[in-house]
Design a binder for this molecule. Structure first.
Ligand SMILES: NC(=O)c1ccc[n+]([C@@H]2O[C@H](COP(=O)([O-])OP(=O)(O)OC[C@H]3O[C@@H](n4cnc5c(N)ncnc54)[C@H](OP(=O)(O)O)[C@@H]3O)[C@@H](O)[C@H]2O)c1
Length: 316
């Protein structure tokens, strides 16, 4: 049994990991700004994501620290929100570094969220950890500062990994999947803005398994892409989704229409239209095997459908 501290663990990914770790009998402690009593054995401890406090005692002696804290990026990027998006990530990472440095028994490993959006908009080639190109727009800058803060933390007894996360797909609130499903069911799930922008994604099961793998693999340190090995253009991504949902038609919205839709929904079109063509080189080279490497199969699994039969080989 391990003790695992999930900072910012009351959100979508924290809920997935809590269920995963609890099913295995691990002890889970969540750091949250609004702790609630629970009956499932999970402990919620108050922190503010910015300053040291009594919560440091929960980190001391834990086996694994995972930081998922950060203001949601699903909003309009006003100046105030941009500052909050950046600061909530940098400050939580900074203060966790100070906490780990104070521990008598520091965690062996610290996984800090980052994002696959750190790479530049790419349709031309896949981006991996070794020769991917890091971008310079707002989201990419947030990720760079986030990862730089992790790297700067002085924690000599703790292995640090930045999880460059692709969209984690689950039938659960907080995942992008229910949003895509809604679009498709309304007949709006056609190729977006020409359909050539890539979507990087990972099935929730593989996300949890990859987290386990990284925890157990001492050679993995620094940035690690956590995404399925086959990103695909949004035209194909949405076609496979419609097929799984038995929706025959998907209106293909032009870029300007997506801009208007995003403004009406008080969010940013970048979340849909940035091309993320990211591959998990370090996970695969270290021997990780994906259970759901292809979207065509993963999406059927996510909607509880049987896998399609493999094409039969012609004799002779
Ligand atoms: N979900 C994905 O597919 C995905 C993909 C790429 C990257 N990521 C990154 O992974 C992290 C976790 O994702 P998620 O989907 O679990 O996000 P989430 O559901 O929004 O949860 C994030 C948690 O961060 C905490 N938080 C929010 N604002 C904060 C602030 N100002 N200061 C301190 N803590 C704050 C909240 O915890 P409390 O309110 O309980 O304090 C919240 O539950 C995020 O940083 C996200 O950007 C996620």
């Amino acid at each position: 049994m391990k003790t695992i501290v999930l900072a910012g663990g009351a959100g979508f990914l924290g809920r997935l990991l809590t269920t995963h770790f609890r099913a295995r009998g691990d002890r889970v402690i969540l750091l949250t700004r609004s702790p609630k009593p629970r009956r499932d054995g999970v402990l919620e401890t108050r922190w503010d994501g910015a300053t040291l406090g009594s919560w440091v005692a929960d980190v001391d002696g834990a086996d694994v620290l995972i930081n998922l804290a950060g203001r949601s990026v699903n909003c309009r990027y006003t100046a105030a929100r941009r500052a909050e998006i950046l600061e909530s990530r940098v400050r939580s990472t900074e203060v966790l570094g100070l906490a780990v440095a104070r521990c008598v028994r520091p965690p062996r490993v610290w996984l800090n969220a980052s994002s696959a959006t750190i790479y530049r908009h790419a349709t031309d080639r896949a981006m991996d950890e070794l020769d991917g190109e890091i971008g310079h727009d707002f989201s990419e800058t947030v990720c760079r500062r986030w990862e730089a803060t992790l790297e700067a933390a002085r924690t000599p007894f703790t292995r640090k990994v930045a999880l460059r996360l692709a969209m984690v797909m689950a039938q659960a609130p907080g995942s992008a999947l229910p949003e895509f499903e809604r679009l498709a069911r309304f007949g709006l799930g056609g190729a977006m803005a020409g359909g050539t922008e890539y979507v990087s994604w990972i099935h929730a099961d593989d996300f949890c398994r990859a987290v386990d793998w990284i925890i157990a693999t001492p050679d993995l340190a620094g940035p690690v892409n956590v995404c399925a090995p086959q990103p695909l253009p949004n035209a194909d991504f949405l076609r496979e989704l419609r097929e799984a949902l038995h929706v025959s038609f998907g209106f293909p919205p032009a870029r300007w229409l997506i801009e208007i839709g995003a403004a009406l929904r008080r969010t940013e079109s970048e979340l849909l239209l940035k091309s993320r063509r990211v591959v998990p080189r370090l996970l695969e080279e270290s021997g990780f095997c994906f259970r759901h490497p292809r979207w065509s199969e993963a999406v059927r699994d996510l909607f509880g459908l049987e896998p399609l039969p493999a094409p039969s080989l012609q004799a002779g």
